[in-house]
Design a protein around this ligand. Sequence first.
Ligand code: PLP
Length: 503
Amino acid sequence: MSPEEQSNGNLPLDSLMMNQDQRAELWKKTIDYIELYINEVENYRVIADLNAEDIRALIKSVDFNQPLGALEAIDFTVKVFQQYQTHTAHPRYFGLFDPAPATITIAAEILVAAVNPQLAVWSQSPFAVEVEQHLLKVFGEQFGYPTAEIDGTFTSGGAEANHTALLTALTNAFPDFGHIGVRAFSGNPVLYISSEAHHSLLKAARQCGLGSDGVRVIPVDDQLRMDLASLSAQIKSDKVAGFAPFMVVATAGTTNAGAVDSIEGIAEIAKRERLWLHTDAAWGGAFALVPEFRGILKGIELSDSITFDPHKLLAVTRGAGMYLTRHRSVLAETFRVETPYMPLQPSDGLDLVNPFMHSMQWSRKFIGMKLFLSLLVTGWDGYAEVIRRHVKLADYLRRELEKNSWTVVNDPSLAVVCFFDGTSLTGQSETYLESIAREVKASGQAWLSTTRIKNDCPMLRACISNHRSNQGDVDVLISELNEARRKYTECRERELTMATNVA
Ligand SMILES: *Cc1c(COP(=O)(O)O)cnc(C)c1O
């Protein structure tokens, strides 16, 4: 009997497995939808309809006591997805490093879901584990690590990679940390990040028992890079006060404005003070793949560990992060556990990695597959070309903004542009910039964000990270910005006239 015949007439089994005809229809519907989405997304409104009441009512309208057919169920989600989703794949989404996924990575997700490898132990998924180990090696090499020293693990994203970095730094500084926990600390441990560093580090510090007070936030210079004199001074005064400095984090590509800390300068201080140097290159790390931009990340090879997110500029579907280190044994020291039920393979002298003893997660999916396939079809050169294109387009955006009297305030060489309105005194006020961003987003034509940089000054922020964006898309953004400015000014003038008339 075929599996279909066995399950015939058995409703729960039918709906899990489905028969061959039903599956054929389901695949067709799903694939047709994927193709439609790819073709049509640029005609959608970029921003999601943000009506929470409507969304909840829709979801509540389903009844798990009245199961639907698979096609109907897919129809239901697909219809509402379009409206209630900000389309980061849209070429005029100028947001937060969420490019349209490389097509092959969508296929990779489906294939991985079908085989569903368990990446806890090597013996269950030897090919998958070896693919990931290979990728960690070749990316470590791109960052300048000596091949023989590279180790690492795939993560759900940059936040988990940063958390892993903190744990390995603690294990390195306080070897008993794994056994006696926070009691292993000699003095209160403190780590150093810049005021532009990613907030996942604060969360990680809380989760490691240090609390956010254990994080020293070092000010930045006028180019938004960690101020090295302040770092040295803070370490010195912490030591005098009996704290135990153990780690410093350099950011290579800040989320706000694409600033890159002086990794070399920080490395020198880290060496002198015996601190673990972690470089958070979650998206900026992609610049290591472009020979003429590699210099931007100078010194990254000196880091004890690195965070890199293939799901950012490499356009791999979420989640795909990486933690890399040049300390071969630190992951094992940090995460080793033993359980009798895990089928371990004798390693016969080979260095076999069992991910559950080597990283935070236990059961986990084959994250590396989508990066493997994408790199296989795009190649290193292909990715270098994609990054070059982002930089060129960001330069076009900067020039067009300036032509239209928007003032760019950061160095946009990593394709992030921060700016305010140079035409009026209110052009730098938060209310004004937020209303400009709101207006642009409400048009449905483009999406950009606001942020605060340089002593907390509000800014508009547009980032080029989508290979589908082109000059025409930038032109639309500029005209939407100008239109929002015109509307706001008109509105203010009307208010002023009314106020004068009343007076
Ligand atoms: C995005 C980002 C992170 C967090 O990564 P996730 O993949 O979102 O978890 C950390 N650091 C930097 C610099 C980032 O840009």
